[in-house]
Design a protein around this ligand. Sequence first.
Ligand code: SAM
Length: 387
Amino acid sequence: RYKEKWATVAPRIPPTRLALHHFDMNYSLQLKDLWPSVRASLLCEQKYGALVNNFSPVDHVTQELELLNATDFVSEAPKKAQQSQRGTTTEEAGREESRSGEGRTVTQAETMTQAETMTQAETSPLLRASISPNIKCYTFPRGDITRFRPARPDTLGLLNYYLMDAASLLPVLALNVQPDEFVLDLCAAPGGKTLALLQTGVCGHLAANDVSISRTKRLYQILHSYVPKEIRKIVSVTSCDGRDWGQLEGGTFHKVLVDVPCTTDRHSVMEQENNIFHKRRTKERQMLPMLQLQLLMAGILATKPGGEVVYSTCSLSPLQNEYVIERAVEIAETQFNISIHVEDLSHFRTLFQDTFFFFSDCRLGELVLPHLTANFGPMYFCKLRRM
Ligand code: SAM
């Protein structure tokens, strides 16, 4: 009786407070001096990107976005990287020239002509990194927190852009889909990344799966609002438990995206509803790394030899990020005799440094940290190649 009464008057700590407390304990150790600024950013309004719908007339919408001072960060990135690379190599050549000293003839080999510096820049691994030329996503410049207007329908009723955290596009860009490839999006709903995969315009077939029936309905809605009927034919939508996928259709896909359920850190500190830090969801939260590992293993098994998997979360937690990758690589090797190569994605950091704030100490993969002047993310992504 006494206990019952106590239970009714005990203060209920909101899940957002529990989440923040949990993050304070863990992320202050991981991110050290960066944590106070990341924390403040998580608690502020996030920034969006406008993913242009290539299935709707694009010229008008891109002009409109450019008039608002937004730029396509995807097409801008290689141009900026090229400029800065040229700047660096020309600068280096200049320094070399002045170091070669006055009063002495500078040989041809010692001086680098403009043409040579450009050739060097153009052949550097960074600039050769292929980024899907078809994906266009507009963002406002650093420090500009203007909001995008809601998308509008074209004459056929298709919406002209999709608003999403621009960092969510990075796992899709990392997947680098090539013409006619078979692609699996294992945890696809509500469908932002599925839509981005379709915007590449090159998928041969796209299997979009999500265990949740209600969220799969949202995926259908997005497909209907953005994608014409003839393109929707290449998409198959299923609602299976992704952990079973490897057994169903093993080794059939060229590219697999495993965008797993996670602690959704930004949501967890801002929204009470559907919060994974709710007391009654403690067990579910603690089991997340196991579920993530099982989903990643299913993704690896669904990939053809030579194919690639991108694993992603919107959490800062190494337990849900790097540790899951390490365990999966180990299990693939020991239990399935599959060797996995963890790809280097550090060129993403260089390419997109003007748009996102990247964590420089990530052991495997890349992590976008929320920042007050670039409030995207968190977004962790790591690319694996099945050998
Ligand atoms: N990729 C989506 C996007 O870009 O819109 C977001 C995916 S969300 C981070 C994770 C998804 O995993 C949720 O929609 C959830 O329903 C789904 N999920 C959870 N457990 C799953 C399982 N066992 N198999 C497949 N999907 C699962």
